[in-house]
Design a protein around this ligand. Sequence first.
Ligand SMILES: C[S@@+](CC[C@H](N)C(=O)[O-])C[C@H]1O[C@@H](n2cnc3c(N)ncnc32)[C@H](O)[C@@H]1O
Length: 290
Amino acid sequence: MTADGVPAAPRARLGAVPETALWTLYHRAVEARRPDTLLPDPEAVRLVEEVDYPFEERFGDPDSAGVRLQGQLQALRVRCFDAEVADFLLRRPRGTVVCLGEGLETQFWRVDNGRARWLTVDLPESVELRERLLPPGPRQRLLACSATDHRWVREVDPSQGVLVTAQGLLMYLLPGEVRDLLAACAEAFPGGGMVFDAVPRRFARLAREGRLRSGGYQAPPMPWGMDAAEQQRLRTAHPGIAAVRDVVPPPGRGVLGALLPYALRLPVVRSRRPSVVHLDFAVPGGPAER
Ligand SMILES: C[S@@+](CC[C@H](N)C(=O)[O-])C[C@H]1O[C@@H](n2cnc3c(N)ncnc32)[C@H](O)[C@@H]1O
């Protein structure tokens, strides 16, 4: 409570990697506030207004060209994930969506079909903040557990189908941890799928060298990077990975946004761009479900 009896705004104090969830939230909200937004997200806008955190000081002026461009790029990445989840729920309306490293993502409120089950797996400090700001409804559960501690797998009911998402997470894990995680998911959820994003190797190296800055904010180290050209090698992580599919973002806004799908086809960009990837997990003895 404040001195005049008004409830205090929830305060966010997070370590460097969990804080990245505030960075993505901020840019989604910047984009969502635009009248011509690519990603309507009223929950993200509400959170940024409610949380006691110096968003602008930390991540930049919402009206600056850099922050607006990041907002648009974030929205395009998020649209890839939303489309994959929506597609999964069309096929498996009572299925379970497992969101690894979900942070303050508000995807549930954008894509929920009224029947799906939702499991958030994140580090304890992020889960504690999410629980306060986005209290789970009856079909949502929060689990404070590292994605690299595969005990979370046992908390998932696979009977109605499973889609695992890892948005903005794998770059913060070690390469061996990424491989083990993909293998654990393929093993545990035959017939299911997984969608995640990857930053190119060069980008990960810049982050490791402390050279990824915007305004006063420096991105934390990113141990894992993968160029888009390497996607098919993911199949070697486990024999249960039946198919690897590149998830292509929709066109963006304005001239730059309209040119984006063409730019992504240029060989030099195509092989080294950030990517969103979908994996199909095989059913032993049968074709992968899709
Ligand atoms: C860049 S944020 C992404 C948040 C959200 N998915 C989004 O796109 O807005 C990274 C998230 O991963 C979480 N995270 C980092 N390491 C993790 C781990 N080992 N296991 C689970 N979550 C982790 C952080 O707490 C944070 O919520």
